[in-house]
Ligand binder design. Structure first.
Ligand code: ADP
Ligand code: MG
Length: 245
């Protein structure tokens, strides 16, 4: 498999606190990497660095061999290859679902409107929300809005998707419908880096699990090794803090 993302020895600090040092991660095309770790360990910061939403103090991030550098003129073009979905859906409240989905492709990618609309409708259909196309975000449930946010990311044809705790703000009964969409994306071979606290989902979706704690990757491995045979005491403790139903 070809390497798509290479994070090499990156370090990140905010004024007086070091979030992580010398963190490295390689992601291959089609691979699903799931990152877990205690709250505040730097998972969101790590994803934001990949997308150059945060600057790094040291190290290098390459996407398809091209440096992601906050000061590069090429950044907007390279960033288009990265889709990101956050905990908050951030849909435009005054635009309909269809308008929200067409906005970036038409404005940024100069996709013809008819083409963007066709794709938006087909993706909405796929996530079970075609009937909501003319509704406004406030008329949708949290789970529906998050499915729209995933579709919005897909509309840009990203080479890699970064998902940051996308079900953390949802009522429990809506978590499943969102995770099912992510599982179907994994099945079709999408490259994804996923931060989640949903351990059963992580196990089902991950090609590789990564545990970050104290600014370092403490352990990584296949989902089976990771969950059934953790090597470090820290990971064992972390996994024990989740109850499985
Ligand atoms: P996680 O997503 O794993 O919960 P974060 O990446 O959000 O962790 O945060 C990692 C650490 O960086 C935390 O200690 C947090 O308080 C700190 N941090 C995050 N964003 C900022 C910021 N903009 N300024 C200062 N500190 C920050
Ligand atoms: Mg976070």
């Amino acid at each position: 498999m070809d390497v798509i993302l290479e994070v090499k020895n990156i370090s990140k600090s905010y004024e007086d606190i070091t979030v992580f040092e010398n963190l490295s991660l390689t992601v291959k095309k089609g691979e699903v990497v799931v990152i877990v770790g205690p709250s505040g360990c730097g998972k969101s910061t790590f994803l934001r660095c990949i997308n150059a939403l945060e600057s790094i103090q040291d190290g290098e991030i390459l996407l398809d061999g091209e440096a992601i550098d906050a000061s590069s003129k090429e950044l907007p073009r390279i960033r288009e290859k990265i889709g990101m979905v956050f905990q908050s859906y951030d849909l435009f409240p005054h635009l309909t679902i269809l308008q929200n989905l067409m906005l970036a492709p038409v404005k940024v990618k100069k996709t013809p409107k008819a083409e963007a609309e066709k794709e938006a409708l087909s993706l909405l259909d796929r996530v079970g929300l075609l009937s909501k196309k003319d509704n406004f975000p406030r008329q949708l449930s949290g789970g529906q809005k998050q499915r729209v946010a995933i579709v919005r990311a897909l509309m840009m044809h990203p080479e890699i998707l970064l998902l940051d705790e996308i079900t953390a703000a949802l009522d429990p009964e809506m978590v499943r419908e969102v995770l099912d969409v992510v599982l179907s994306l994994a099945k079709e071979g999408r490259t994804m880096v996923i931060v989640t606290h949903e351990m059963q989902f992580a196990r089902a979706v991950a090609d590789r699990m990564v545990f970050i704690d104290g600014g370092k990757i403490v352990e990584e491995g296949s989902a089976q090794e990771f969950f059934d045979d953790p090597k470090t005491e820290r990971l064992r403790q972390f996994l024990n803090s989740f109850s499985y139903d």
